[in-house]
Design a protein around this ligand. Structure first.
Ligand code: AMP
Length: 193
């Protein structure tokens, strides 16, 4: 994996564990020579991630929609900052420019990005790994819900392992690097759907 799209919160939670973990991820990816593609903001976890990666000599590519490009939001220190017309072009760019998707704690925007990456993986619009870093148990409820989607039958058995969840970054990157894409919906026979 040469580059990962990293999704994380634009807010700054009171508990410092989240910013610290975002910094650790930025530093670790830079040290491993893995570039970051992200939302291009300097706020919250997004800014902490980008700053730490840049300080460690890493590549950070920001993709930001025009409407959010105000100087106080955009991170002007990125290796590259691409301004795109809107959210659709931006998501397309995340997918086209990365070798996988890594989600850290975040809010609604982060959830939107995570579920889209998963949905597109099921459909076969991409075949890249989708990883979730469960920092301090933040995603326990989401992981339980994801399991429930499979238990009830809203996620097909072949796709239940698409979401790679680990508490530890090294273990997660390892799982992502060894990911083998399952059959996609577009390649399956109607009788198997
Ligand atoms: P949220 O989790 O709601 O804070 O949203 C963060 C995610 O949505 C990030 O991964 C970004 O790609 C995108 N995003 C949300 N707010 C911004 C912003 N102000 N600037 C750039 N990207 C943002």
């Amino acid at each position: 994996m040469k580059r990962l799209a990293v999704y994380c919160g634009s807010a700054t939670p009171a508990d410092p564990v989240y910013l610290e973990e975002a910094r650790r991820v930025g530093r670790t990816l830079a040290e491993r020579g893995i570039g970051i593609v992200y939302g291009g903001a300097r706020l919250g976890l997004m800014g902490a991630l980008a700053d730490a990666a840049l300080r460690a000599g890493g590549e950070v590519i920001g993709i930001i929609p025009e409407a959010l490009v105000g100087a106080e939001i955009a991170h002007l220190g990125c290796t590259e900052l691409h301004v795109v017309p809107g959210m659709h072009e931006r998501k397309r760019a995340f997918t086209d420019r990365s070798d996988g998707f890594l989600t850290l704690p975040g809010g609604v925007g982060t959830m939107d990005e995570l579920w889209e990456a998963l949905s597109w993986a099921q459909l076969g619009y991409h075949h890249k790994p989708v990883g979730l870093l469960n920092v301090a148990g933040f995603y326990d409820a989401l992981v339980a819900f994801y399991r429930q989607l499979g238990d009830v039958g809203f996620i097909r058995p072949v796709h239940r392992e698409l979401l790679l969840v680990r508490n530890d970054l090294d273990a997660l990157l390892d799982a992502m690097a060894h990911h083998r894409p399952p059959p996609s919906l577009v390649s399956m026979r109607v009788e198997d759907l």
